[in-house]
Design a protein around this ligand. Structure first.
Ligand code: NAP
Length: 256
C-alpha cells in the first residue's frame, strides 16, 4: 500500500492506460480523482475502483484538459475538497495518422494540444496546489507524464504526435528542474505498443501485429497494467531519488 493518505489526479482515466493507472493507485490506497471528457467512461472506472475497495476511492471530474477554464475548475475542485495534491498523472492524449502533406493546421493543433498543451495546463494549475502543499508539509509528491516511444524515434505518418511526445519528455525535464526545490519529482513514462482503445483499430490488422512482434524484443504488444505499474512506481516514494527521467516501457522495441 504505497499510496495511503495520498490524493491523486489521473487524466484520461476513462480508458486504457489512464484507467489502469487509476485502478492501480486506488488499490494501493490513493484517493483518485478521475479526469476525462466522457462522464460514462469515468463512471465505469470509478465503479470498478469503488467495487474493489471497501470505501469509495474514486471520484470523477469531467474536463477537457486542453481547456484552460475546465482545468481552472478542476484545480478549484481539488483545492476546495482536498486542499492538497500528492500525485498527478498527466495521461490524456490522442493521435492521428496522416502523411505530412495531408496534415491540416487544425489536425496539427489538435495533436499538440491534446498531448502537450494539456500537460502544461494541468501541471501549471495543479502544480500550484502541489507547491503550496509542499510548503506546508514535507512528503512524497510526484508528477508522472505519459509520453511515448514515439517521442524517442521518428514516426512515419505521425510527425505531429512524435513532435508533441518529444516535447512532453523535455517539458518533463524542465519542470523537474523547477519543482525539485519543493521536493516534487517529475518524470515521464514512454510506452511502446499497448493494447488500448487508441491502438484498437491498428491492432486489428494482423500484418501490423506481426510487425510489432518481429520488432519488439519481447515479441508482443503490452497491456495497460504493464504501463500502470511503472507509472505507480514513478509516482511512489520508492522512486524518491528519481526526477527528470523518462522510463521507456516498450518491450525492448528501441534496442532491436
Ligand atoms: P485511450 O484509451 O484512448 O485513452 C486516452 C484517454 O484520454 C481517453 O480516456 C480520453 O477520454 C482521454 N482524453 C483524450 N483527450 C482528452 C482531453 N482533451 N481532455 C481530457 N481527457 C482526454 O488511449 P491510451 O492508449 O490509454 O492512451 C493514454 C496515453 O498513453 C496517451 O497519452 C497516449 O498518447 C499514450 N500512449 C499510448 C500508447 C499505446 O500504444 N496505447 C503508446 C504510447 C503512448 P475522453 O475522450 O473521454 O476524454
Amino acid at each position: 500500500m504505497r499510496f495511503l493518505q495520498t490524493i491523486a489526479v489521473v487524466t484520461g482515466a476513462g480508458s486504457g492506460i489512464g484507467r489502469a493507472a487509476a485502478i492501480r493507485l486506488a488499490n494501493e490506497g490513493a484517493k483518485v480523482i478521475l479526469v476525462g471528457r466522457t462522464r460514462k467512461k469515468l463512471e465505469e472506472t470509478a465503479e470498478e475502483i469503488n467495487r474493489m475497495n471497501k470505501i469509495p476511492m474514486a471520484e470523477i471530474f469531467t474536463a477537457d484538459c486542453t481547456d484552460v477554464e475546465d482545468i481552472a475548475e478542476l484545480a478549484e475542485y481539488v483545492k476546495q475538497h482536498y486542499g492538497d495534491l500528492h500525485v498527478l498523472v498527466n495521461n490524456a492524449g490522442g493521435s492521428r495518422h496522416s502523411k505530412i502533406l495531408e496534415i491540416t493546421e487544425q489536425e496539427w493543433d489538435y495533436v499538440q494540444e491534446v498531448n502537450l498543451k494539456s500537460v502544461f495546463l494541468v501541471s501549471k494549475a495543479l502544480g500550484k496546489i502541489m507547491i503550496e502543499g509542499a510548503q506546508r508539509e514535507e512528503r512524497s509528491r510526484a508528477i508522472v507524464n505519459v509520453a511515448s516511444l514515439s517521442g524517442h524515434q521518428a514516426g512515419a505518418e505521425i510527425p505531429h504526435y512524435s513532435a508533441a511526445k518529444a516535447g512532453v519528455i523535455n517539458f518533463t525535464r524542465s519542470l523537474a528542474l523547477e519543482l525539485a526545490p519543493y521536493g516534487i519529482r517529475v518524470n515521464s513514462v514512454s510506452p511502446g505498443f499497448v493494447e488500448t482503445p487508441l491502438t484498437e483499430q491498428g491492432l486489428k490488422n494482423d500484418r501490423f501485429v506481426r510487425a510489432i512482434q518481429r520488432n519488439t524484443a519481447l515479441q508482443r504488444v503490452g497491456n495497460p497494467e504493464e504501463i500502470a505499474s511503472v507509472i505507480a512506481f514513478a509516482a511512489s516514494p520508492e522512486a524518491s531519488y528519481m526526477t527528470g527521467a523518462d522510463l521507456l516501457v516498450d518491450g525492448g522495441w528501441l534496442i532491436k
